[in-house]
Design a binder for this molecule. Structure first.
Ligand SMILES: [Zn+2]
Length: 116
């Protein structure tokens, strides 16, 4: 990977970090304002289901966020762009589409659809 490409990937990763952190902060703010609004039982039930959805979103965001951080660390170490499973180079088009990906398309598909 040349310097221009790695600079571009780095920018995409930093943008993604900012996006994820923003989303998490905003979601947290909504929950906080809900808690001050104590209503009857129906309201409380609704608030609880809202919270469950919130935690589902953040746990997948957390996984993405840690993948983004790992990708940035790999760029720093100069080992970015290879599949963590088979060790082969991941095509640049894939890296630009999902810069935080850990695997090449082949390994990703195998992980998602294991052969029986
Ligand atoms: Zn692979």
């Amino acid at each position: 990977m040349n310097k221009k490409n790695s600079a571009e990937i780095k920018r995409l990763l930093i943008e993604k970090t900012a996006e994820l952190l923003n989303k998490t902060t905003n979601a947290q703010r909504n929950i906080d304002s809900d808690d001050t609004n104590v209503g009857d039982e129906i309201d409380i039930a609704r608030q609880n289901s809202d919270k469950e959805i919130f935690f589902e979103i953040t746990s997948s965001d957390k996984i993405t966020l840690s993948a983004v951080n790992d990708a940035l660390a790999k760029i720093e170490k100069g080992i970015y762009g290879t599949c963590e499973c088979c060790g082969k180079a991941i095509p640049l088009e894939r890296l630009k589409a999902i810069p935080w990906t850990r695997y090449c398309i082949k390994c990703q598909e195998e992980a998602e659809n294991p052969k029986r």
